[in-house]
Design a protein around this ligand. Structure first.
Ligand code: F3S
Ligand code: F3S
Length: 109
């Protein structure tokens, strides 16, 4: 199994989690970040550092996060397993479910 990123990350993208990941498996989409389900080694380092509590172990994720559990898989449909997020950089797309969500009104705009 794996850790997943859920709804609170959308349009927030704090990225504190990225610096904690020992295997560089947290990838950046246009509106949120995604944990690669095959590359994550379940170390749990990312979970406590997210200021908006957007990270959970998949089996502990809230029921209404199920579309986000799927989104953390769907995001990689075309990317496959790149083996490292930093080299890839921010992608100009999101998983379809995430792309369809209304924009969050953030202070930063
Ligand atoms: Fe998102 Fe939280 Fe990481 S807002 S980018 S999951 S630190
Ligand atoms: Fe996975 Fe988070 Fe660790 S994405 S590898 S549990 S830092």
């Amino acid at each position: 199994m794996t850790y997943v990123i859920g709804e609170p990350c959308v349009d927030i993208r704090d990225k504190a989690c990225v610096d904690e990941c020992p295997v560089d498996c947290i990838y950046e989409g246009e509106r949120m970040l995604y944990i690669h389900p095959d590359e994550c080694v379940d170390c749990a380092a990312c979970e406590p550092v997210c200021p908006v509590e957007a990270i959970a172990y998949v089996e502990d994720a809230p029921e209404d996060w199920q579309p986000y559990v799927a989104a953390n898989v769907d995001f990689f449909a075309d990317l496959g397993s790149p083996g490292g997020a930093r080299g890839l950089g921010r992608q100009p797309f999101d998983a379809p479910f995430v792309a369809a969500q209304p924009r969050r009104d953030t202070a930063a705009g």
